[in-house]
Structures are given as structure tokens and as C-alpha cells.
Design a protein around this ligand. Structure first.
Ligand SMILES: [Zn+2]
Ligand SMILES: [Zn+2]
Length: 637
């Protein structure tokens, strides 16, 4: 019979299984599952004449999902062999690995190795996975009658048929798909345990959640564990405290206090953005944080976003704290008449917005209740869209490039539920596409993923650990200008309604700060460093010279400290290095006598007998060029 594999027709035997076909085609056992006529199924799934197949591997997101889902079953099987009274509930794959929730099980970290050993034993048993299809709900209930959680799941199922998977003695309720053989899992590790409510409901019992990760080879597992260690080391919540950049207080949950050292980075970021505003023709405004509920009703925020807004009454009038800056910018636009000659009219605001987030969703600076946006609203004519987008992409590239962050763009088009004329949508979407094509970088197209008021371009930056973060966004809006009856006088003398473009490049400044802390692992480049220089006089007699140097550095507006503590010089060096100080200046007899300096870098490189003025001019260059690397490395010495 004939089937199509990746689009080309192939003749295969009548009884040939997908697993055997994959082995023949790829000469390995690495295929994990099958996309069969757009549905993902097991490699065991029977094939039919005319089927269209695509094999899935670990490198495919859906391949990983099948792999990790099967691994969750493997984990449950091992746990049941060791603790037969434990009751498995649910075990899904997640972003990095999988978990399984158990009732009647208590584990400590000492048990992890035992479980992993049992897992390896099961893998060696070479078990194949068998799909079981129950005749009806009663048959499924009979199979799982000793586990009341599975019974509750089965009773809640609307789908039919109900299916399960068997591997050796272990049968688990599951719709699949799964690996065809357990021994495709070569590397397996338990990561952690935590408590979790049954069905996520805080009124129900707490279960033991066991997290794990697995790979088709040991090398990948090793890489992942190294990555996890690095993530932990760079955690912005830990570094933020250690470097004294910011804190959270019980009195203001989800609203950060930025400390003086954090403000040094913050202000450099703001300066950078303001310089971009200036050279790109933006006007900066500041609009009230608290505005009348009528405004939010008119903008549509009240009907769409009410739940995330902080609202209250003053003298019997209702007000809300702004969750977004748009209406403020619009009121400013409306405060004057506009001619087509003034368009695009670019209004920027570093606005402080507040949004209600559930306390469980809060996460350091990544997810907060109060944050600042580097927002801008641009009022323009349809014919301006393309050139304006190109201008914004240029700003965006300059910004991310400066921090050594790579990025990619995603274009999202008209969703099913949306407002406005098709013609307007077409023009807007085509202008975005044309701009992106002219920009020349590849972009991802997300059909139907745009906002209800217009198409958008999102930017995702990639940090030093390869993690991706959504940051900037460029959104066209054909709805708000109409709601607020915005106008400009066009060339033909007619009053017309402009298009509104919302754009943010950093997104949330708090969140971007967190990304930078983790991206640099606390080792900030000189131009944004919270402690650029620390001077260490070896003895009292060296302090005067140390202060002379500090004065010079302060003239250059460099954050500089002198360590006057009683610690030994080695301890002082170590302390400065732990704080990721860019340059540690050591002042002893020789330096005072020769009026020069010796430096130590945070990478522990030593440079002696440096001329102070040359050092200062090198620093100046490092700052002006916003260099990501120190000038003082082995190669320049
Ligand atoms: Zn499953
Ligand atoms: Zn906006």
C-alpha cells in the first residue's frame, strides 16, 4: 500500500508498522511518535492506504511531550513498586520535563536515588507499551476501582472511548499518545517534590507532586542539569538581594522597592530610552495614575479588564488606577487639533501601571502588581504604517544589541473575534508584513493570534542561557481612535480618524531588569554597573590617595566605593569580587609612591603599575561604547 511520508509517496508492506517503517527510513530507533493525518498517535497505530505521516523526534516539541508523558508513567510504576500503597492521580508533561501527583505518599530527597534506581531496573525490562480501549465506562471503573482519584476522573470524562496504557504490571488511565517502548528513555532524574492540591482546588486534599526530567541520552541530561545549576546561580531574586538591588516587603506584596544600586541600572536604562525618544522624534508626557471610571468604560478596559484593575470611590465618583497608559496618551492627543503634517505624532510615557495579579502568580520582578512600561503611542495615517514600523524595528535592534540579547519577531494576524472592517485589517496586516519583509530578518507568523483591535508584532529576546522572553510589542489599533473620535485634518482638508500604534520595547522595566540580572549573572557591563569600582587601601597611610582617586572617578559620574573595613586585603578583594565589582583598585605603598594603580578584575586578573589617566580614559571608552566586555582582559595586557 502507499503512504505519504513528509510529503513524498512510499510503497510499504500491508502489515508494516509505523515503528518498523521509521527504523527503515531513519536507520535508528529515535522516532518517538507519529503525526498521522494531522493527529499525533503512537508508533503502534495501524496504517492505512493513503495516510499522510510525519515522524516525531525528541527535537520536536510534540515529540518531547510524548517522551515526557511516557516518563511520567514510568515514574508512577517505579513509585508503586517501592510504595505499593501510594495512589497515582495525574501526571502530565510540562515545559521542562513532567510531574506526577500521588496521594498516600511522603517522600524525602533521600528517596530520589532509590526511585531512579528502580526506574533504571524497569527500563532494562524492555517493556512495550500497550494501548487498552475500554468497552464502556463501567469496564474502566472496574479496572481502577481501588483508586478513588482515577474513579473521579473517569466519572468526569465526557469523551469516549476511555483508554489506558499498560507497561508490564502497571496500567494507567490515559488518552496517550505514548512511546512504543519504555527503553527509549535512557536518562532519568527526579528533580524535586512539592505539595499540590487535588484538581488545583485549595479546598481539597494536598498531594505529593514529584517532578522529573528524562532524555533519550545521558549527554542531554547532563547538559540540562548544568543549565539548571546556572539558572539557580543567576536567579534574579537571589542576586537582587546579594547585590542589594531591590527588595519586596510584606506591606506591599508584588510591588518592588528598588534600592539605590538598582536605581543606578534603572536610570541608565531610562537614559538610554530617552536618548532613543529624542533622536526618533518622540514627545514625552506623564499622565495621571488615577482616572475616572468613565474613561475606562469608554476605552473598553472596564468591560474587558475590570478584574485586573484597582478601583475605588472618592467623593462618590468612581476611579481606577491605570493598568495601561493608552487612554492618557489619547486624552493628550485630543487636547489639541492636528494636521496631517504633524503625523506620525509620537507620544512616549514611562508610565507606572498597576494590575491585580493573584498572589500565587507573583514571581520576583518577573510578575508584579506594579510596574513601569517604556510605552509610546503613535498616531498615524494608514500610509505611514510601514515606515513607522521600520523605524521602531531599528530602535528595537539597537536596544537589544546593546545588551547582547538576540531576538526574533512574531507577527500575529486577525483573530476570529475582532472588531473593524476587513479592508482596514488587510491594509494594516499587509503593511506589517511588508515592513517585516523589508527588515529582512525571518519572522514567525501566528495566524489569528492578534489582538481583537488590530494585528501586532511581538519580540522575543534570547538571554545568555538560551531562554526566550517576550519583551517588546508593536500593536496596531483601529478601534480606540474611533471610540475616542480622534481626528486630524488631512491633505484634502477632510477630518479623518488616525490609526493608533501602541509600542513598548523593554516591555515592563522591572521585568527587563530581572532579565538583565539573569542574562549577565550579576556581572553588569561597565556602563550600567551598580558598583563599577571599589578602591581597597591596604593600610591607613594609603587612604588619602584612595580618596583622591575617588574624587576623579566621581567627576566621571562613576559609582565608586572605598573599602575602609578592618578586613585583610585578600578578604576585601574576595568581598568585592562576590559583589561583581567591575574593577577593584588596590592601593599600597608602591602605588602611592608612583602615583599609579594596580587593579584586580572580578575574573581575578591582575594588572599592576597602571597609569591612572590611561586607566580612566580606557574606562571612559568602555562606557561610551557601552562595551559588553572589559577592556582589561588577558589579551590587552
Ligand atoms: Zn499517559
Ligand atoms: Zn497602549
Amino acid at each position: 500500500m502507499k503512504v505519504q511520508v513528509d510529503g513524498s509517496w512510499l510503497e510499504i508492506g500491508e502489515q508494516e508498522s509505523a515503528a518498523a517503517l521509521a527504523k527503515q527510513l531513519y536507520l535508528t530507533d529515535e522516532a518517538l511518535a507519529l503525526r498521522l493525518n494531522e493527529k499525533i498517535v503512537d508508533l503502534h497505530h495501524p496504517l492505512q492506504e493513503g495516510d499522510s505521516l510525519q515522524f516525531l523526534f525528541f527535537s520536536d516539541p510534540q515529540g518531547k511531550e510524548v517522551f515526557w508523558h511516557t516518563s511520567a508513567h514510568l515514574l508512577a510504576q517505579a513509585i508503586l513498586r517501592l510504595w505499593p500503597d501510594a495512589q497515582p492521580t495525574i501526571g502530565p508533561p510540562i515545559e521542562g520535563g513532567f510531574y506526577y501527583d500521588f496521594a498516600n505518599l511522603t517522600l524525602s530527597e533521600e528517596d530520589f536515588a532509590k526511585i531512579e534506581k528502580e526506574v533504571q531496573k524497569i527500563i532494562k525490562e524492555n517493556l512495550s507499551m500497550e494501548r487498552i480501549q475500554f468497552k464502556n465506562r463501567e469496564e474502566a471503573l472496574a479496572q481502577f476501582n481501588s483508586n478513588r482519584y482515577k474513579v473521579e476522573l473517569i466519572e468526569g470524562f465526557e469523551e469516549s472511548p476511555i483508554t489506558a496504557y499498560r507497561q508490564g504490571e502497571f496500567v494507567d488511565l490515559c488518552r496517550g499518545p505514548h512511546l512504543d517502548r519504555i527503553d527509549k528513555i535512557k536518562a532519568f532524574k527526579i528533580l524535586k517534590t512539592s505539595g499540590a492540591y487535588w484538581k488545583g482546588d485549595p479546598l481539597r486534599e494536598v498531594l505529593t507532586r514529584v517532578y522529573g526530567i528524562s532524555y533519550p541520552n545521558r549527554q542531554l541530561l547532563k547538559q540540562y542539569l548544568t543549565f539548571l545549576e546556572e539558572v539557580k546561580k543567576r536567579d534574579h531574586k537571589i542576586l537582587g538581594t546579594k547585590l542589594n538591588l531591590f527588595s519586596f516587603q510584606e506591606e506591599a506584596p508584588g510591588m518592588p522597592f528598588i534600592h539605590p544600586k538598582g536605581m543606578i541600572i534603572w536610570n541608565h536604562l531610562i537614559d538610554f530610552i530617552r536618548a532613543q525618544f529624542d533622536k526618533s522624534g518622540y514627545l514625552e508626557i506623564k499622565t495621571p495614575m488615577l482616572m475616572s471610571q468613565f474613561l475606562w468604560e469608554r476605552s473598553g478596559h472596564w468591560s474587558h479588564y475590570q478584574e485586573q484593575m484597582y478601583s475605588f470611590s472618592i467623593e462618590e465618583r468612581h476611579f481606577s488606577i491605570k493598568p495601561m497608559n493608552c487612554p492618557g496618551a489619547i486624552l493628550y492627543y485630543k487636547s489639541q487639533a492636528h494636521s496631517y503634517r504633524q503625523l506620525p505624532f509620537r507620544v512616549a510615557e514611562i508610565g507606572h501601571v498597576h494590575r491585580q495579579e493573584a498572589s500565587g502568580a507573583l514571581s520576583g520582578l518577573f510578575r508584579v502588581r506594579g510596574f513601569h512600561q517604556d510605552d509610546a503611542h503613535i498616531f498615524l495615517r494608514p500610509s505611514d504604517i510601514k515606515s513607522e514600523i521600520l523605524g521602531i524595528l531599528k530602535l528595537l535592534e539597537e536596544l537589544y544589541h546593546t545588551f547582547g540579547l538576540s531576538y526574533h519577531l512574531e507577527l500575529s494576524t486577525r483573530p476570529h473575534k475582532s472588531l473593524g472592517e476587513q479592508e482596514t485589517w488587510n491594509h494594516a496586516t499587509n503593511s506589517l508584513k511588508e515592513a517585516l519583509k523589508e527588515w529582512g530578518e525571518p519572522f514567525q507568523l501566528n495566524e489569528g493570534d492578534g489582538a481583537f483591535y488590530g494585528p501586532k508584532i511581538d519580540t522575543h529576546v534570547r538571554d545568555a542561557l538560551g531562554r526566550s522572553w517576550q519583551c517588546g510589542t508593536i500593536q496596531l489599533d483601529m478601534t480606540l481612535p474611533e471610540k475616542f473620535q480622534l481626528e486630524y485634518k488631512d491633505q484634502d482638508g477632510q477630518l479623518k480618524c488616525p490609526i493608533l500604534l501602541h509600542r513598548a520595547l523593554l516591555g515592563s522595566i522591572e521585568r527587563f531588569l530581572a532579565i538583565l540580572i539573569e542574562h549577565f549573572g550579576g556581572k553588569f557591563p561597565m556602563w550600567i554597573s551598580p558598583i563599577a569600582i571599589r578602591i581597597l587601601p591596604i593600610a591607613r597611610s594609603h587612604e588619602e590617595y584612595a580618596f583622591q582617586i575617588k574624587k576623579k572617578l566621581e567627576k566621571m559620574r562613576l559609582p565608586c566605593e572605598i573599602d575602609l573595613s578592618e578586613e585583610s586585603i585578600n578578604k576585601k578583594i574576595r568581598n568585592a569580587q562576590l559583589l561583581q565589582v567591575n574593577y577593584i583598585l588596590i592601593i599600597g605603598d608602591r602605588e602611592v609612591e608612583n602615583k599609579n594603580i594596580s587593579i584586580r578584575t572580578r575574573e581575578n586578573k591582575i594588572f599592576s603599575d597602571l597609569d591612572l589617566s590611561i586607566f580612566l580614559s580606557n574606562l571612559q571608552t568602555e562606557i561610551e561604547t557601552k562595551a559588553q566586555q572589559s577592556i582589561y582582559t588577558e589579551t590587552t595586557f
